[in-house]
Each structure stands twice: as structure tokens, then as C-alpha cells.
Design a protein around this ligand. Sequence first.
Ligand code: MBD
Ligand code: FE
Length: 254
Amino acid sequence: MTNRGEQVAGELYRRIEALVADFGITYQEYQAALQWLIEVGQAGEWPLVITLFEHAVEQQAHKDRAGSQGTILGPFYLPGAPVLAPPYELPRRPDEKGDRLLITGRVLSADGTPLPGAMLDVWQSDADGLYSGFSDLPAGILRGKVITGPDGRFELRTITPAPYTVPHDGPFGRLLAACGWHPWRPAHIHLIVTAGQHEPLITQLYLGTSDYLDSDIAGAVKDSLIVHPQRRGGQLAFDYEFRLAPVHAPVPVG
Ligand code: MBD
Ligand code: FE
């Protein structure tokens, strides 16, 4: 028996050998690929490139999990966002662009039991598709934590995010252009929902009006994650229920 590392690395090696043979890869193409790999590293774009494969791992990891579907974490999560105070509103600039958006909903256990005191850690881009901490946006903008009330309910005010282009002015963008792929993700809001005795739910909610729902460059859209905000007065609003998988305590032995 060989170990798992050898099995996986060995298979990767054989698949690349086969790819070179099948496509008749030339020395020129090999040199170009080598140069591209080096430049991805120099530009600090590996986290971005690797994110494009996260959906495959996520689907594998959670295929048998009870409760709501989740999706990928992506490269722009920052731990340590503040717990906000009610009435919950993600920190924004006074002149923040975008439609006002009210998100209401509940956090439940997979069997429907409400989960009071659950936490939603939320982050999103602004109306120009920029994330604080990874752009010139002031630190902490459009990031924060919300706690559910006694019946598992929460309300959060924010603004609608815009579709997002992954950075495409560097080596990653050159690959996209060479392949004829667009660099867009549909408009989305990221959340990690946690509660005691339950598995964290890492997810994203996608605006049903957004472009690119069928062609997300990150391959991370699922039908159950698409929401359809309705106009209510001066704002958009939608409701969503998150159902978390219980963690089963190990059966004590003896
Ligand atoms: C994003 O905002 C994102 O969520 C992912 C997965 C990849 C690039 C940018
Ligand atoms: Fe994102």
C-alpha cells in the first residue's frame, strides 16, 4: 500500500504526462506555461487561482450533510469582524452606493428547531464589486456579525452588492482572455452561520436579478442559494432560512 499523498501526487503527475502527450504540447507552450506559473506566484494570485477549484472540494465535503446547502468560502473572508448591535446594519460609508436591502430570516436546526443565539458572520462587496481589506475601501466596511433572537430570527440591513470581476489585470486575467472566459461572479453576499452543537454553514446568497448566475467563474452557484428580493417601500427585501446540521456527540464508551 502506498500512502494517500503518493497516490494523489502520482495520479496528478500521470495526468499531466498524458495531457502533454494527448495535446502534443510543444517546448514553446511548455515555456509559456512555466512562465505563467511563476508570474501567478509573483503577482500573489495563487489564492485567486486556487479558489476556482474550491467548489469541487466543497461539493465533495458536504454531499451527505443534513440541512441547507452551502457553497465556497472564497478568498475574501476576514476573521475577527465585530459583533454588531441591534438593529443590525452592516457598516457602510455615508454615501454608500446601491439599493437598500433588508435581509430577514431564521436559523434552524436541520429538523426545524429554531436556534436562538446563532451567529451570522456576513461580508460582501460594495456596489462597485470591491471588498474591504482587499481594496481601498475603509477597513471593516460591509462586514459584521449578527445574532439571532429567541425564535432564531434575525434582521439585517445592508445594500445590494454588484456582480464581481475577479482581478483580471494580471497573469490570471491573461489566462481568462486566452481561453475566452469572462472574469465575473454573480452578485452575492457571503455568510458563515454558526450555532452551538451544529456544523458551521459556509454559504453565499445570490441575487436572482444578477447576470452570470449560469456562468459563475467560481462555479459556486446552487439553485437553493438564489434569492428574489421584492421591492417594499424604498428598499429591497428577502427572507431566507438557514438549516444547520447537528454535530452528533460521540457515544461515550464504557
Ligand atoms: C469573490 O468575491 C469570490 O466570492 C470568489 C469565490 C472568488 C473571487 C471573488
Ligand atoms: Fe465574493
